[in-house]
Design a protein around this ligand. Structure first.
Ligand code: SF4
Length: 921
C-alpha cells in the first residue's frame, strides 16, 4: 500500500508556493511546482484554486476535497487548510509553509478512517471504490486496498433508497383564530424559558398572528407589512403564530425567503419547533425548484456510461452522497457547494432535472425520487420553507390542483418586487427556444444521454390514440423551426437556419446598430436596446417566427386535449402509474403552451402597437465580450400587478416582512413594491426598530479623496482599509470588471501580510462556499457584487468592515428607464424613484455589519459624490463623517480594535463556533 507520508504535498496562495517532499518543505517557483505535480501524484487542497494561483488552470493531483467527498459524503467542510484541520482534529497550521505537512497528516487521517470500524459512511464504499478504480480516479489506488470487502454484496443505491408513501389529500384547514396569550406562550416556548422578555418581539408576534385570522373579504387576504429592524427576533416572532396555527388548524404555512442562507437558518430553527429531529423532518420541509434536486434517472444514466472521464468520477461521488443526503438537494443542500466546482461544473447540472424531461410515473425510480418526495412531504407539512419564485409559481400553477399556498410569510420581503419581476417575465431567446426544441424532439444528431422527446415519453398514448399520435408527430415537425445545436455560431456568422434563428439574427443586428456599450466598467457585458421603431428585417423576421410558433402551438394544444380525453376514457392500460404520467405530461405541456402563447404575444407587438403594461427590449447577453444568448424580453412595468392577482388575492393570509421593508424610505415605498396597492383594502402595517446601539457601535465614513475611475487609487484604498481592519472586510462592487482589477492589484500584497482575500467572479468557487470560508476566518476578506449585498449573514468578528466602491447607482437599462419615467409621470418624481432604490441598497449593505448586539464595525463609501439626501438610509443616530482616506483608516483601525477588545471581554459566549477565532497572527 502507498504510504501517504511518502507523497509530495503542494500549497499555493497569493503569498507563495510550498512543496513538501519527505520531511522537508521548501518554497518553490511556479514552474517547479507545475513540473513536479505533472511528474508525481501530489497532494493538494482544491485543485482549481491551486491551479489558478499557479497560473495553470489544468492542474491535476490528489485533491483532498475529493477524498473527503468520498469518505464523508453529505458532511459539511469548510474547504480551507484551517477547515480541514478542524474537521479532522489536527493542529491548525501556524503559517502557510506548514500547510503541505497538514495535507500529508490529513491524508493519513482520512485514509485511516477507511480501515476504522467508526467509519459511519462505509456502506457502498467498497463498490464505489472499485468503480472509481476502473475510471482511474487518482485516489483509487490509495483508497480501494484499505476498504475491507463486505461479506455480502452491497446493495445498489437505487434499491436501498427509501420509498415515499402516498397519502390521501389533506382536508382543508379548520377555521380558527389565535388567542394572544397562546401566541405569547408559544413564543416563550421557542425562545426558551430563561430568555429575557423582548417587548419588540412580542409585539411583532402579536401583529403577525392577525394574518392567521379567518379572512373577512373576497380577494383580500389578511395582509400585514412588517418592518422589524435587525435584532428584533422576527424569525421566531412569526414562527410562533405560524406553528401554532398550523398545529391547531391542521394546515400548512409557507415561509418564503429570497436567499439560501435564510432558508438554511430557518431549517435549523425547525428543531426549536420540534426538538425530535424525526418529527421536525416531517413537520418542517424545505422545498425548492425541481432543478435543485438530483434526478435519479439522470444519475443512473451517468453511472452506466452516459458520462465519461472526470464527469463520470463526479457522478460516482454524487452517488455516494445520494445514499446519505437528507433530501437530495444538490444546490445549497448537503452536497458540498465546492464539489461541482472541483469538476469545473462538468456534468453536475446534467444530474438535475433542468429541462423538464421528467417522465414521472414512467420512471423506474419514481417512488424514490427526491423531487416527488419533497413535493409530497410539503403537502402534509406544518411549515414549508421555500423561496419567493417557487411560491409564486406554485400559486400560479397550484390553483387547479388546490395546492396553491394560502398562508404565506414572505421574509426578506424587500425582494418580493424583484422576484415577481423575474417570475412574471417572458424571454424569447435562443437558449429558451432550443430548450423547447429539445423538450419536444429529444436527442438529435450525436447528442448523448437519456434525454427523451415527447414521442418517447408518450409512446403508449400515441399507440392507443391515433389523433394524439398525430399531434405528437406534428409537434416534432413544427419544432424543427426552432434553433438547433450551434445556433449561436450560425447567427453570429450571419447564416441562420430556420425562422427563429433568422429572427435572432435580426435582433442581434438591431442591438449592435443601436445599443451603446456600457462604458469602461461594463464593456463586454450585456447590450440592449428598446423595442421601438423596428426595421423591416426585424418585422419580417417576427412575422415568420410567429407563423412557425403558431404551427407548433396548434398540435401542442390538440395533444393536451387528447390527453385529457384519455384520462376521461380511462382505458385498461391507464393504471395508476400511467395516469400519473399522463397527468404530469398534461401539466408540463400546459406550461410550454403558456410559454409559446406569451412568445406569440411578444412577436405580435413587433411592428404593432406597444402595450403600456409591459416594457419590451432586445438584448445580446455577453460575458467578457463573449456572446452567449440573444433574445427579446418582456417585463411587467409593475410586476406587483400579477403578483397581487396570482398570489395575494387568492391567499387567506400574507405577512411580508424584512429589516428593510421600507428600503430606508417610507411606507409608500413598501406598499407599492409589495402589491398591497393592488388589493381592495391594502395592507396593515407594523414597525419595530432595531434594539441595537448603532450610534455607539457603528459608523459611516464617506471617503472624499478617491478620484472616480482611478483604479490604482481605488485598489490602494481597499488594501489599506483591509490592512487597518486586519481583514474581516466585505468589499462590494457594482461592476465585475472593477472588482477583478482591484483584486488583481491587492491580493498578493494582502496575502503577504497574512490577510487572505477571496472574490466572487475570480475564485473558482460558488458564492455559498466563499461565504463559508469568509465566516470561518476572521483574517479573511471577501469581494463581491450584488448577491453579497444582502446574502451574507456573518455575525461576530469575522465581518467588521463593509467597503462600497461608490454609490450603488442603478444601471441605465431600458427597464429601469421605463420605470423611472412611469414614477415621474405618476407624480413621484423620477429621481425620487432612483433615490428610493439606492437608499434600499445602502440599507441592505449596511445591514451586513451589525448582526448581534455585541457586533461593532465601520461602513465605508469610497465616493465623494454621495448625496446627503441618501444618508437617511442608515439607522437614526449612526455617526456619519466625510473625511480623507488617511482619516478613515485611523477610524477603521480604532473601531476594529474596539471590536476585538469587546469580543475578548465577552469571551466566547454567544459567538458562533467558527467565528470566535480572535487570534491575531
Ligand atoms: S421521477 Fe423524474 S425527476 Fe424523479 S428520478 Fe425519475 S425522471 Fe428523475
Amino acid at each position: 500500500m502507498i504510504d501517504p507520508a511518502a507523497l509530495p504535498a503542494l500549497h499555493a496562495s497569493h503569498g507563495g508556493i510550498w512543496i513538501r517532499e519527505g520531511d522537508r518543505t521548501a518554497a518553490v517557483p511556479k514552474g517547479t511546482a507545475i513540473a513536479r505535480t505533472a511528474e508525481t501524484p501530489t497532494l493538494l487542497l482544491n485543485a482549481p484554486l491551486t491551479g489558478q494561483r499557479l497560473g495553470y488552470p489544468d492542474l491535476n493531483g490528489l485533491d483532498l476535497l475529493e477524498l473527503w467527498a468520498f469518505i464523508h459524503p453529505a458532511r459539511f467542510l469548510v474547504p480551507t487548510p484551517k477547515g480541514l484541520a478542524e474537521a479532522l482534529n489536527l493542529p491548525r497550521p501556524a503559517s502557510e509553509s506548514d500547510i503541505p505537512a497538514l495535507l500529508q497528516a490529513a491524508t493519513g487521517a482520512l485514509l485511516a478512517m477507511l480501515e476504522s470500524p467508526a467509519w459511519i459512511e462505509r456502506e457502498g464504499g467498497w463498490t464505489a471504490a472499485q468503480s472509481l478504480h476502473r475510471l482511474r480516479w487518482p485516489w483509487a489506488p490509495l483508497v480501494a486496498p484499505r476498504i475491507a470487502r463486505p461479506k455480502e454484496a452491497e446493495r445498489w443505491l437505487f434499491s436501498k433508497l427509501p420509498e415515499w408513501e402516498e397519502s390521501p389529500p389533506r382536508p382543508a384547514p379548520r377555521t380558527i383564530s389565535l388567542q394572544s396569550d397562546a401566541v405569547v406562550a408559544r413564543l416563550q416556548q421557542l425562545t426558551g424559558t430563561g430568555a429575557e422578555a423582548r417587548p419588540g418581539q412580542q409585539a411583532y408576534a402579536a401583529a403577525a398572528a392577525e394574518v392567521f385570522h379567518p379572512r373577512a373579504h373576497r380577494d383580500q387576504p389578511n395582509m400585514l407589512l412588517a418592518e422589524a429592524g435587525t435584532g428584533i427576533g422576527k424569525t421566531l416572532g412569526y414562527l410562533a403564530p405560524a406553528s401554532l396555527w398550523a398545529g391547531e388548524a391542521q394546515g400548512t404555512v409557507w415561509i418564503s425567503t429570497y436567499t439560501k442562507a435564510l432558508q438554511r437558518q430557518l431549517d435549523r430553527e425547525s428543531l426549536r419547533l420540534f426538538p425530535d429531529p424525526a418529527v421536525a423532518a416531517k413537520r418542517v420541509v424545505v422545498r425548492k425548484g425541481r432543478e435543485n434536486y438530483l434526478c435519479l434517472l439522470n444519475l443512473e444514466d451517468a453511472l452506466q456510461g452516459g458520462f465519461a472521464g472526470r464527469a463520470a468520477i463526479l457522478a460516482h461521488l454524487v452517488a455516494r452522497w445520494a445514499a446519505f443526503t437528507k433530501d437530495g438537494d444538490m444546490i445549497g443542500g448537503d452536497l458540498p457547494g465546492w464539489l461541482p466546482t472541483l469538476f469545473r461544473r462538468n456534468g453536475s447540472t446534467a444530474l438535475t432535472d433542468r429541462r423538464g424531461e421528467c417522465i414521472y410515473a414512467g420512471c423506474p425510480h419514481y417512488r424514490k425520487c427526491f423531487i416527488e418526495r419533497s413535493a409530497r412531504a410539503s403537502a402534509d407539512a406544518d411549515i414549508v420553507i421555500a423561496n419567493h419564485a417557487l411560491v409564486m409559481i406554485n400559486a400560479a400553477r397550484g390553483r387547479e390542483t388546490g395546492q396553491a399556498p394560502q398562508r404565506i410569510v414572505f421574509d426578506e420581503g424587500h425582494h418580493l418586487f424583484d422576484a415577481a419581476d423575474s417570475t412574471f417575465s417572458v424571454a424569447l431567446s435562443g437558449q429558451e427556444a432550443i430548450e423547447l426544441r429539445r423538450w419536444v424532439m429529444g436527442p438529435e444528431g450525436n447528442s448523448r444521454g437519456r434525454r427523451r422527446g415527447l414521442a418517447a415519453r408518450l409512446s403508449d398514448l400515441a399507440s392507443y390514440d391515433e389523433q394524439g399520435g398525430e399531434a405528437i408527430r406534428a409537434a416534432a415537425d413544427a419544432a424543427r423551426a426552432l434553433p438547433a445545436d450551434e445556433w449561436l455560431k450560425r447567427v453570429v456568422a450571419g447564416e441562420p437556419f430556420g425562422p427563429v434563428e433568422a429572427l435572432l439574427a435580426a435582433v442581434r443586428g438591431t442591438v449592435y446598430a443601436r445599443a451603446a456599450d456600457g462604458g469602461e466598467a461594463d464593456a463586454g457585458y450585456g447590450l440592449e436596446t428598446e423595442l421601438a421603431e423596428p426595421d423591416g428585417t426585424l418585422v419580417e423576421g417576427a412575422q415568420e417566427a410567429a407563423r412557425a410558433l403558431d404551427s407548433l402551438l396548434r398540435p401542442l394544444t390538440h395533444l393536451g386535449k387528447r390527453m385529457e380525453a384519455v384520462i376521461e376514457e380511462a382505458p385498461d392500460w391507464l393504471d395508476g402509474a400511467a395516469r400519473a404520467r399522463v397527468e404530469g405530461a398534461i401539466a408540463s405541456l400546459g406550461w410550454r403552451r403558456d410559454l409559446v402563447t406569451a412568445w406569440l404575444a411578444l412577436l405580435a407587438r413587433i411592428g404593432g402597437p406597444a402595450d403600456a403594461d409591459y416594457v419590451d427590449w432586445l438584448a445580446v447577453e455577453r460575458i467578457e465580450g463573449r456572446e452567449y444568448d440573444i433574445g427579446i424580453h418582456r417585463h411587467w412595468l409593475d410586476p406587483t400587478r400579477p403578483l397581487a392577482q396570482t398570489v395575494l388575492k387568492p391567499a387567506q393570509g400574507v405577512l411580508i416582512t424584512s429589516a428593510t421593508l421600507k428600503g430606508g424610505g417610507d411606507w409608500d415605498n413598501a406598499m407599492s413594491r409589495s402589491g398591497a396597492n393592488h388589493l381592495p383594502r391594502g395592507a396593515g402595517r407594523f414597525e419595530a426598530n432595531s434594539p441595537f446601539d448603532y450610534p455607539g457601535r457603528s459608523e459611516v465614513l464617506i471617503v472624499t479623496d478617491i478620484k472616480r475611475g482611478d483604479i490604482a487609487a481605488l485598489s490602494g484604498a481597499y488594501a489599506r482599509l483591509i490592512e487597518a481592519a486586519g481583514g474581516g472586510t466585505l468589499g462590494l462592487f457594482t461592476a465585475i470588471r472593477r472588482l477583478r482589477a482591484v483584486h488583481a492589484r491587492i491580493a498578493d500584497r494582502l496575502a503577504r501580510a497574512g490577510l487572505p482575500l477571496y472574490a466572487q467572479h475570480v475564485d473558482p468557487m460558488d458564492t455559498g462556499t466563499l461565504i463559508d470560508i469568509f465566516r470561518d476566518d476572521p483574517r479573511a476578506s471577501l469581494l463581491g457584487t450584488d448577491a453579497l449585498r444582502d446574502g451574507v449573514d456573518v455575525p461576530g468578528h469575522s465581518l467588521r468592515l463593509v467597503v462600497m466602491e461608490g454609490v450603488p447607482w442603478s444601471k441605465p437599462t431600458v427597464l429601469h428607464a421605463a420605470r423611472k419615467l412611469a414614477a415621474g409621470n405618476q407624480g413621484g418624481g423620477g429621481s425620487a424613484y432612483d433615490d428610493r432604490l439606492i437608499r434600499a441598497r445602502m440599507a441592505q449593505a449596511f445591514g451586513r455589519l451589525i448582526r448581534r448586539a455585541e457586533d461593532r464595525g465601520s461602513f465605508v463609501i469610497l465616493s465623494a459624490a454621495m448625496p446627503s439626501r441618501l444618508l437617511s438610509a442608515f439607522p437614526p443616530g449612526t455617526p456619519i463623517r466625510r473625511l480623507t482616506l488617511d482619516e478613515a483608516i485611523i477610524s477603521v483601525s480604532g473601531q476594529s480594535r474596539a471590536g476585538l477588545d469587546g469580543n475578548a471581554t465577552l469571551g466566547l459566549q454567544g459567538l458562533d463556533a467558527g467565528t470566535h477565532d480572535l487570534e491575531q497572527k
